[in-house]
Write a protein that binds this ligand. Structure first.
Ligand code: ADP
Ligand code: MG
Length: 683
């Protein structure tokens, strides 16, 4: 029954079916899993005389006279009717709802729910919803409110839902084992579905929510833990001999921060104990994660093992390689780089040498995930800017060795809740200190009206010998968008005309990586003053002489993304600025952007971002993967998430394959859920 397509199961019109499908409701199960976005309390009956101005309330009133229809002007009519209860009289007005005239009958009693207007003369309501007393459908309860689509009203949808919920009880198999429900005091699934849609009381609603949210998060955690189990071996390759880190430290042009030293120590402690390393390094932009990776890879090389460092873009991979290869050379180790644009012949040579252990450190992009990339003694894989890679990719790098240590570096400070979901199996190290030469990037939100001042500012910085980034949302003019958005192609041209004395170049994701690298290199070498680009520069690129970041149409970007962009400047000694240009007038947009002017704390910013845009947008559409939550809210449900996470770990510690009879339901349902997303978990 649950699997039944809605066209077979529901007696509703074709056009309504189409509307339901628009909401991605294809089966009865989809329908009952379409949870309300909120509720309206229509359970408390009030007396007319007790109403306060402006409150929304439910009253039971008897119609005192025939409704009076009057025409105000063409296309606008008004219906007035008086109703009373034991406490008093109320005037009700409807506009353009002619059906009211025949549906409200003199002398009969109805329930009305609407916003009260109370002044010293009278009590009134304008266009309340109503139904006859005792019909008990849309009144007298806590009413669900759904996110719907145009053409589908709450009333119609609720009626469809009411026709299904309650009739499918028999088919609603329990999905949680009894021992869990008892231990955690969770309600039954049938009760949960009834009360999530049509709550009997707020207590019942809370119990229903608790259960469904827990179930959703538990399944997610179980599945993810199963996927990551590859990396759950308890013994890792033992590495020793950490003196090399100190020698590196002496060689560096700067002193490692205490946070960097601590993180290196934490990692080395795992190595020494022969523990399998599974660690996430979180550090705000510019906190110096790369050199930590370098130190760790040196340790591996010094023990005779190979490492790989994978970056999400070619520019980044090259930057890592260029920045670090000198240190490896200094110790007599060989590093190399493999990306999508490595020529065939070079690639062949690299693959040969990797197999012969003649390369100790391999830098690269996704290209190093390919099957023909084989290592001789692979001990450590590091992925940079992890949120751009999926778990699958992480595992595929992992499988290139026997139990290699894995280290994940991310510059997006991930809110704790999301980190729990994305990296449920990882230990976390935080680099919570910026190198001392960093200063706060002064940030301003301005509108198009300030253009002359922006231009003057840009010009001043450039004349000072500094460089600037200008980021636009689009690559080229878009025909589909009605908004006026800046695109790098046209904008670079305009800028060149406006500032003929400065060297401007354009950079975007659609360019060949060779061309991108060349321009990036020239910018780094200060052969280019202004880099006009899309967000390809978002992660990692390091140009200390750049002091100004201008983001055009800033409202188009997420906060975490803007924070990343801002992190491109303020990397040298000079004072740096970030200007967010946006003419968006919506108040919440401006407030959103203001967050950036107020704080430099990446964690705070990403928490806000997650709150405002949800996990899908937070990770970008490709990355959201299966974090497609129907009911759980990663911000609001932290407690349940933590409970689910603990519970999942505990269950798997006792029964890693969920093969115990008592966990049968869990296994079945987690498998089903993940298979829907094309991922196989558990055996
Ligand atoms: P991120 O954490 O964003 O990846 P990077 O590793 O790219 O940061 O470091 C940013 C810049 O800071 C680099 O130029 C790097 O050489 C420099 N850096 C790293 N650690 C320190 C330090 N302890 N003191 C001074 N500069 C540092
Ligand atoms: Mg980096």
């Amino acid at each position: 029954m649950l699997e039944l397509p809605i066209e077979k199961a529901l007696g509703v019109s074709q056009s309504r079916l189409a509307l339901l499908k628009k909401l991605k409701i294809e089966t009865i199960e989809d329908l009952i899993c379409y949870y309300p976005r909120g509720y309206e309390d229509r359970s408390q009956l009030r007396e007319i005389a007790s109403l306060k101005n402006g409150e929304t309330a439910l009253i039971k009133g008897t119609v005192a006279e025939e409704p009076a229809l009057s025409r105000i002007r063409k296309n606008l009519c008004m219906i007035k009717v008086k109703v009373f209860d034991d406490s008093g009289m109320m005037q009700i007005t409807f506009f353009n709802q002619k059906f009211v005239v025949s549906s409200l009958k003199k002398g009969e009693t109805y329930l009305f729910y609407g916003k009260a207007k109370v002044d010293y003369r009278s009590i009134s309501m304008s266009s309340p919803v109503f139904e006859p007393e005792n019909s008990n459908r849309h009144m007298g309860h806590i009413i669900p409110l759904y996110s719907l689509t145009k053409g589908l009203s709450q009333k119609v949808f609720t009626n469809i839902m009411a026709g299904v919920v309650g009739t499918v009880d028999e088919d609603l198999e329990e999905t949680l084992p009894t021992y869990l429900k008892e231990r955690l005091h969770l309600c039954d699934r049938v009760f949960a579905f009834h009360n999530i849609h049509f709550p009997r009381s707020f207590e019942a609603l809370e119990a229903a929510k608790q259960r469904l949210v827990f179930e959703e998060l538990l399944f997610l955690q179980l599945g993810q833990l199963s996927m990551n189990r590859l990396s759950q071996a308890s013994h890792g390759i033992r590495l020793t001999n950490f003196k090399i880190v100190e020698r590196l430290n002496e060689m560096l042009p700067f002193e490692l921060t205490n946070a960097q030293k601590r993180v290196i120590r934490e990692i080395c402690a795992d190595f020494r104990d022969g523990k399998q390393l599974n660690r996430l390094i979180q550090g705000d932009v510019g906190s110096g994660k790369t050199i930590v990776a370098c130190a760790i890879m040196l340790v591996a090389a010094n023990n005779g093992y190979q490492s790989a460092l994978m970056a999400p873009t070619e520019i980044l991979a090259v930057q890592h390689y260029d920045g670090l290869k000198g240190y490896f050379e200094a110790f007599g180790f060989v590093s190399d780089i493999l990306t999508g644009s490595t020529p065939k012949k070079r690639k062949k040579e690299i693959l040969e040498r990797l197999k012969n252990n003649e390369i100790q450190i391999l830098f690269g992009t996704h290209a190093i995930l390919e099957d023909d990339v084989e290592f001789a003694k692979f001990a450590l894989c590091i992925t940079d800017e992890q949120h751009r890679f999926g778990v699958k990719q992480r595992n595929s790098l992992y499988s290139k060795g026997e139990n290699p240590h894995t280290l994940v570096m991310t510059a997006t400070p991930i809110p704790r809740t999301l980190a729990l979901i994305m990296y449920s199996d990882l230990d976390v190290s935080v680099i919570d200190e910026l190198p001392p030469n960093r200063q706060k990037v002064e940030t301003y939100c301005v509108s198009e009206g300030s253009r002359t001042r922006i231009d003057a500012f840009l010009s001043r910085e450039l004349k000072d010998g500094s460089q600037a980034y200008i980021v636009c949302p689009l690559v080229e003019e878009s025909e589909t968008m009605t908004e006026q958005l800046k695109n790098v192609t046209d904008y670079t041209r305009q800028l060149k005309e406006k500032f003929p004395d400065f060297r401007m170049e354009l950079l975007h994701g659609k360019m060949k990586s060779k061309d991108k690298d060349e321009i990036m290199m020239r910018f780094k070498n200060h052969e280019v003053d202004v880099l006009v680009s899309t967000t390809v520069i978002e992660v990692g690129v390091n140009v200390p002489n750049a002091t100004l970041m201008i983001v055009e149409n800033a409202e188009r970007f997420g906060l975490a993304q803007l924070h990343q962009l801002r992190g491109r400047v303020g990397r040298g000694k000079k004072k740096s600025y970030c200007i967010l240009v946006s003419s968006a007038t919506a108040r919440n947009t401006r407030e959103r952007l203001k967050v950036l002017c107020q704080t430099n704390d990446g964690f705070q910013i990403s928490e806000q971002d997650l709150r405002q845009r949800g996990p899908g947008d937070f990770f970008g559409t490709d990355q959201s993967g299966f974090v497609d939550l129907k009911i759980a809210n990663l911000i609001g449900d932290v407690k349940v998430l933590e409970l689910a996470s603990r519970t999942a770990k505990k269950i798997l510690a006792e029964d890693p394959e969920l093969s115990d009879r008592k966990n049968y339901l869990l296994k079945k349902n987690v498998k089903k859920l993940f298979l829907k997303n094309g991922v196989k978990v558990f055996n």
